[in-house]
Design a protein around this ligand. Sequence first.
Ligand code: PMP
Length: 287
Amino acid sequence: MTRTVYVNGQYLPETEATVSIFDRSFLMADGVYEVTSVLGGKLIDFEGHLKRLERSLTELGMEKPEAFDQLLDIHRELVRLNDIDEGMIYLQVSRGSAGDRDFVFPDPAVVKPTLVLFTQSKPGLANSPAAQKGIKVISIDDIRWGRRDIKTVQLLYPSMGKMMAKKAGCDDAWMVEDGMVTEGTSNNAYIVKDGKIITRQLSNDILHGITRAAVLRFAREAQMEVEERPFTIAEAQAADEAFITSASTFVFPVVEIDGTQLGSGTPGPVAKRLREIYLDESLKTAI
Ligand code: PMP
């Protein structure tokens, strides 16, 4: 099926949608993005993603796209037009195209941001086999830039990290800086020890995951203990459980880190419970 996508005010078949070769996201990775999951045709955590998008734009001094206030309607229309039951909506805003290449930002009064959205249909998203089996991760150096809290489209190193994991027969990579885990290539990282959930505190070093915020809130509401601090790979390998969160995985248990099995090598009860709570609660507020 040919997808219908959204580009700068128009809904078009994907084969007819175009962006300039001078677009700054293409030439300079000067763009930000969001991924919102869809379950039962409804958007999960939409408000959170919209707020983070606004923050990313502000941090980079980028104008809001003209259609910013219509983003909910655009998401819903794309779900409808593409008949998405389970999947994701990808949204990207770039600083636009000044019709040439220049390091200097174009005048925002003249050059408008580029806004692109498209859907990704993923039947079975909520019942992914990885949620039952757990995933294996390797550790790699975190050599990304210093503003990981901004959700930019500079994804080359995370993409390379994913390939390094695949080459090692694993599913993902946890990045390590100064001996401490920052996050996964496209997810936040957690360990569980003696019932306590441990995850790195928010700073410029990690993306402020929307799923992270929700999962930690639900965990605290369920009287689970949460500690926000960095941890090492050795501490993770000695933990009772580990897991990741993101908009497209929700909660996936981690069963192996750098070749060391965690516990019995099967998904632990805390990750399973958090996944259930997250899916139940976020479906209640899906729009
Ligand atoms: N960290 C990184 C580096 C990511 O790319 C993502 C996913 N975009 C996350 C964490 C998880 O964020 P969210 O829960 O908002 O999807």
